[in-house]
Design a binder for this molecule. Structure first.
Ligand SMILES: [Zn+2]
Length: 204
């Protein structure tokens, strides 16, 4: 059954009109917009890094979270995580590294070959360098070793050095932070760090 403009755009317009005034022209332009409907399952990206944004996405129901790498190389993601945990009661944060990670491999070339990256690329790569050094120190100087160390660093930060919202939620068993490695080739995900004290986590 085809999805009609009245089914999708009209209710969306109604919601938007609660926030701001629309003229008759605005209304008819909005209702004649081309559209398609996409149902997203949890954990999927609406837009990913380097995607060309060809569409305007309007979220009609559910929640979406935004994360991005900011100018100083930090990931502007903690605010979203804190909101997810404290307001929405999200019980699990998975930090997932992946096979063939370009950012970690760039950090390796900084350490091993003295490579330099300009501007924001350099700033993005910089925070990963300690993970590369740590992997080498532990005797696994491979890309996978560095990716896993990078995950371990992020997990440690979320467990020990993040906002009280996240720390308290973990202490009271409302939140679990785990680390995983995603092998793109096989599709396998290795949850290699499920938390030494995950017994505090309550599933009910
Ligand atoms: Zn990556």
């Amino acid at each position: 059954m085809p999805v009609l403009s009245e089914d999708i755009l009209a209710p969306a317009l109604k919601r938007l009109e609660r926030r701001s005034a629309f003229s008759d022209v605005d209304r008819s332009v909005f209702l004649s917009l081309p559209f398609f409907v996409k149902t997203m399952s949890p954990s999927n990206y609406i837009i990913r890094e380097q995607d060309l944004t060809k569409n305007c996405c309007v979220l009609l129901s559910g929640f979406a979270f935004r994360s991005k790498v900011v100018g100083n190389g930090g990931r502007q993601i903690l605010g979203s995580l804190e909101f997810a945990v404290s307001v929405l009661g999200v019980p699990l944060i998975v930090v997932m590294g992946h096979e063939g990670c370009g950012a970690v491999s760039a950090a390796m070339s900084v350490v091993n070959k003295g490579a330099r990256f300009p501007g924001n690329i350099g700033k993005m790569v910089e925070p990963i360098i300690p993970a590369v050094l740590e992997a080498a120190r532990l005797g696994d100087a491979t890309l996978e070793g560095a990716v896993r160390q990078n995950v371990a660093h992020a997990v440690r930060e979320l467990r020990e050095d993040s906002a009280p919202t996240l720390i308290d939620a973990q202490a009271s068993g409302r939140l679990l932070v785990v680390g995983a490695y995603y092998a793109l080739g096989t599709g396998e995900v290795d949850f290699f760090d499920t938390g030494a004290d995950s017994s505090a986590f309550k599933t009910s």
